[in-house]
Design a binder for this molecule. Structure first.
Ligand SMILES: [Zn+2]
Length: 82
């Protein structure tokens, strides 16, 4: 009765390479909910970078209107934050 050999290979698959938290000056670019301060998106020079679920990212132009997924508040972002 042959015993089934289970190949337990340590798969070095790093699929979340975009999860790197760079400590660059992104704090000022964050677009947060006006009510619960949840992060809605990150400002870029040419638009707003919205990230929802893991693989769902959107890059939209200004002005941006989005509802917070946490509290449902309608948030609006203009082109530049002076
Ligand atoms: Zn909110």
């Amino acid at each position: 009765m042959p015993t089934p050999i289970q190949s337990s290979q340590p798969g070095p698959l790093s699929r979340s390479s975009a999860e790197k938290t760079k400590s660059t000056a992104t704090a000022n670019r964050e677009w947060r909910c006006t009510r619960c301060q949840k992060l809605l998106g990150v400002r870029q020079d040419t638009g707003m970078h919205l990230r929802f679920a893991r693989a769902h990212e959107y890059f939209v132009g200004f002005p941006v209107v989005a509802t917070c997924r946490g509290c449902g508040t309608l948030n609006q972002a203009a082109s530049t934050a002076r």
